[in-house]
Design a protein around this ligand. Sequence first.
Ligand SMILES: NC(=O)c1ccc[n+]([C@@H]2O[C@H](COP(=O)([O-])OP(=O)(O)OC[C@H]3O[C@@H](n4cnc5c(N)ncnc54)[C@H](OP(=O)(O)O)[C@@H]3O)[C@@H](O)[C@H]2O)c1
Length: 288
Amino acid sequence: LAVVIDGKALAAKIQKVIRGEVEELKRAYGVTPGLAAILVGENPASEIYVRNKARTCEEVGIHSEVHRLGGETSETELSHRIESLNKNPAIHGILVQLPLPKQIRESEILATVSPEKDVDGFHPENQGRLLLGEPGLRPCTPEGILKILESTGTEISGKKAVVVGRSRVVGKPVAIMLLERHATVTLCHSRTRDLKEEVGRAEILIAAMGKPHTIRGDWIREGSFVVDVGITRAENGKLTGDVEFDTAREHAAYITPVPGGVGPMTIAMLLANTLKAARSIHGVALEG
Ligand SMILES: NC(=O)c1ccc[n+]([C@@H]2O[C@H](COP(=O)([O-])OP(=O)(O)OC[C@H]3O[C@@H](n4cnc5c(N)ncnc54)[C@H](OP(=O)(O)O)[C@@H]3O)[C@@H](O)[C@H]2O)c1
């Protein structure tokens, strides 16, 4: 049976380190990292995400603000709010919780966040830097996935990695990050002709579709590493991943659960990015 990765424990460990570094930044430089989350309109899932992010910030000593704007907010109003946060010296990280209401163009808004405060890594400059392999702020979920792989000492170089899903948030950036670590990467999506065949070749499988239990346990390659990013809330409130967990566990060597796998690591990486942004804005050299 596969080892089940405890994402919560791993995130807690990382948060403890961040907490110490936040304290050190305050002590030595008088800087308290600050994160502003902007929530536009009412979306129960987004409410939960933003609340969790704010709470976790407080746990590690990061100042956090939630800016709630009405569902009728215009693109101009939202960009004015972002511009004022761009100028606010107490704020080092700005995140715009997605999805945004229909009247607002997502790409336009993400491009107004100052790249040095773009802790979600969605600004075109940071996305470009990622593609070029240059330092910058990188998307949190892919960063969390890489940390999960690294936590087990699994070798990535030379491995066949299959990513299912090609979104800007997860699939595309994680594929680039695996490629950077010398995996041989296949990127699958809804037009992929034979998903079962592609999945069957994966030594590292990243499932990021948001389609519950689409990946059958018996498709999984023996001894592989399965990272399930998908989160779908069933009518009974239960969260379900993209992979059939129980049967996949019989084939994989490592597997992440839903919930308690990638989710907590995403938040840990958001904190790490906020700390990194605060250091970089204040010219504090990065260690390691
Ligand atoms: N744990 C976390 O912290 C975290 C963070 C972010 C997202 N998530 C979860 O991860 C999932 C994906 O999120 P996302 O934002 O990347 O979603 P998304 O933007 O909806 O993208 C889904 C991707 O999956 C592909 N896809 C859909 N059905 C498929 C199928 N039957 N076979 C193969 N590919 C298929 C789509 O292909 P096309 O491009 O062809 O349409 C698309 O590229 C969601 O459940 C989301 O809730 C979790």
